[in-house]
Design a protein around this ligand. Structure first.
Ligand code: GAR
Length: 211
């Protein structure tokens, strides 16, 4: 049974998609054993508590330095002994000590088709604003392993979504969530829990294909 810890910062709709997929059996061989938020008011923490999942808040704001926070953050994660750490809308930079310790055991959902609209400064609604500004006709989402860079790790799954004429950033964000994020994030966790994801030379192979 894969011990999954989910890291969140906000509304937690991706966390909800994971909880629902575990409860409905779309994800097998995995259990969410903790949710960590950097924001004590994150609605994601309420979603966790409604499903009996322990929630913890740890914020850089409560520490004198980033180094002190990073140390405590790593300790908090270690105590939960995760097999897999899922960044589901988590907006704090992952310390290098954590990416080193949990190599190929941290995954992130990003709301674009990487390598488009990713890297520093591209998060949340900003990604969709940039896509509309550029006038692209196809957007999407990506699940990838987290390495020491920003959105640079091996890509596990991607799903494309069409832009519709007159879309606002919020409308586009919701369509990308509904059609892509809430599907590929649970699917990636299920594939990992069932030992179907292999990483070699920075590239991912899905055993048996991703369908
Ligand atoms: C999601 O769209 C996720 O892809 C994005 O933040 C949102 C969180 O929503 N993550 C990033 O932009 C990371 N770079 P949620 O809290 O409702 O899951």
């Amino acid at each position: 049974m894969l011990n999954v810890v989910v890291l969140v910062s906000g509304g937690g709709t991706n966390l909800q998609a994971i909880i629902d997929a575990v409860e409905s059996g779309i994800i097998t061989n995995a259990k969410i054993t903790g949710v960590i938020s950097n924001n004590k008011n994150a609605y994601a923490l309420e979603r966790a508590s409604k499903h009996g999942i322990p929630g913890i808040c740890i914020s850089p704001k409560d520490y004198a330095s980033r180094a002190e926070f990073n140390e405590k953050f790593l300790e908090t994660v270690n105590e939960l002994q995760p097999d897999l750490i899922v960044l589901a809308g988590f907006l704090v930079v992952i310390p290098p000590e954590m990416t080193a310790k949990y190599q190929n055991r941290i995954i992130n959902i990003h709301p674009s088709l990487i390598p488009s609209f990713c890297g520093t400064g591209y998060y949340g609604l900003k990604v969709h604003e940039a896509a509309l500004e550029r006038g692209v006709k196809v957007v999407g989402a990506t699940v990838h392993f987290v390495d020491e860079g920003t959105d640079t790790g091996p890509i596990i799954l991607q799903k494309a979504v069409e832009v519709e004429q007159g879309d606002t950033p919020k409308e586009l964000q919701l369509r990308v969530m509904e059609q892509a994020e809430w599907k590929i994030l649970p699917k990636a966790i299920d594939l990992i829990a069932n030992d179907k994801v292999k990483v070699e030379d920075g590239r991912v192979t899905i055993i048996g294909g991703s369908e």
